[in-house]
Design a binder for this molecule. Sequence first.
Ligand SMILES: NC(=O)CC[C@H](N)C(=O)O
Length: 380
Amino acid sequence: MTTSTRGAAKVPAVLVLEDGRIFRGRAYGAVGETFGEAVFSTGMTGYQETLTDPSYDRQIVVATAPQIGNTGWNDEDDESSRIWVSGYVVRDPARVPSNWRAKRSLDDELVAQGVVGISGIDTRALTRHLRERGSMRAGVFSGEAIAPEAELIERVQAQPHMKGASLYEEVATKDAYVVPAIGEKRFTVAAIDLGIKGMTPYRMAERGIEVHVLPATASVEDVYAVAPDGVFFSNGPGDPATADGPVALMTAVLERRTPLFGICFGNQILGRALGFGTYKLKYGHRGINQPVQDRTTGKVEVTAHNHGFAVDAPLDKVSETKFGRAEVSHVCLNDNVVEGLQLLDQPAFSVQYHPEAAAGPHDAAYLFDRFVSLMEGQRA
Ligand SMILES: NC(=O)CC[C@H](N)C(=O)O
């Protein structure tokens, strides 16, 4: 399929960072203005999954890979019902997308969904800036008449920070739904949607799990009404320090000793339920090439990440928590950030990264099998 990019390629655009740094380029996708936290992602592929991951709500994503859009946009790889990033920053958009599954260009999809982007800027310089100074608030402005820089900087500085942002209720489903088991049904799981990606229930379903996806505001009664063999807490946007409701719900699940698995935001919620703190990373981990060590086996896996916050738990000792002993099960080999937690006295664990791997390598798929083993163990 071939679609050429739209006329917007000639419209001027500017990316403005809260510290006053300005990058000038051309409009990409919708023309207009947008605000969010500027973050970079190192994935060389998988932009469709990235853009539709609800964890990216209110973030302006910078692609470090210079060429973006080469495989267009298809009808299969969305991780949710829409694009969630607030803006997209690329160096060199594909002029002619080409892939057997492509239905339209990325550019056309951004326009159709009203997502403002910018192209033609030095994304390497921008990434180095964000790495040195940290992720920060930003705005993208495009059109023939862009306001003076000082005014734009002021408007960016008036935006809310990511630290302290409570966003998971905004992106989560309002109504419960069921993802049926593929093949013979072996287990029932209640999955708390804090911004869940479509691949996550699928990874459970293909292991014989019937997944009841419940809204972020589900009560303990709602969870146990589905008679779950296990409870799952999903990924999600915003600052985990604001997620008091999910922390209280998880605490109730831990009190009942129901097998529990959490991913990303879910890992941060387990950290909080155990009494650890969370903190904001300088520039976070985003991409599909992050090395993580599973300290329970010693194996290293290459994994998909998207997190700007992390759990503050000791790496070198077993912690005593109100749910017994807990330890850091996984660690990022780039920077020693906590990438997983496990309880030693009851069936509960979580990882900070994305074993559903959409997009990304499948090294971490064993974690879904670990969840199944916990549920089997509880039955035995
Ligand atoms: N993917 C996620 O669940 C992200 C969790 C959290 N919003 C963070 O940025 O750390």
